[in-house]
Design a protein around this ligand. Structure first.
Ligand SMILES: [Zn+2]
Length: 138
């Protein structure tokens, strides 16, 4: 299995910049392979040392993901993270989000409303892109 960076690797606390060029097929394949091999629900570029805003959420690769809107209702969720082996932390997550992202060629923008599990994973992974881990949010 490819190496997933673990805390306190400095890459995990970096705020990653947007992708302004199309994402290479090598990076797409590498991220999807790791997501598949590790059977993780989500993955963020920081965890692999890829220096751009890319995440995988349940096998969807999302470039430059942005949360446009969140529900007022929040839920306390117990989460784990491949970068914090053996740990779980309770974090507050919005129950519903509207998320927008681009395809790897940056030619298409998608927007969807996600509820609960999908919304929680997307929030976890977008936190990674902002250098935030679940052990930061108390
Ligand atoms: Zn994580």
């Amino acid at each position: 299995m490819l190496m997933i960076k673990t805390y306190p690797d400095e890459f995990l606390t970096r705020v990653l910049p947007e992708c302004t060029d199309s994402v290479s097929q090598d990076i797409v394949d590498m991220m999807m392979d790791v997501a598949y091999e590790s059977e993780c629900l989500g993955l963020a570029a920081n965890q692999l040392g890829v220096p751009h805003r890319i995440i995988v959420v349940l096998k969807r690769l999302m470039v430059n993901p942005v949360i446009l809107k969140t529900s007022k209702s929040v839920i306390s969720v117990e989460e784990g993270c491949f970068s914090l082996p053996g740990e779980t932390h309770k974090v507050l997550r919005h129950e519903v989000i509207i998320v927008e992202w681009q395809t790897p060629d940056l030619k298409e923008t998608k927007r969807q409303g996600w509820v609960r599990e999908l919304a929680f994973i997307a929030q976890h992974e977008i936190d990674h892109l902002n250098g935030i881990l679940i052990n930061d949010e108390v």
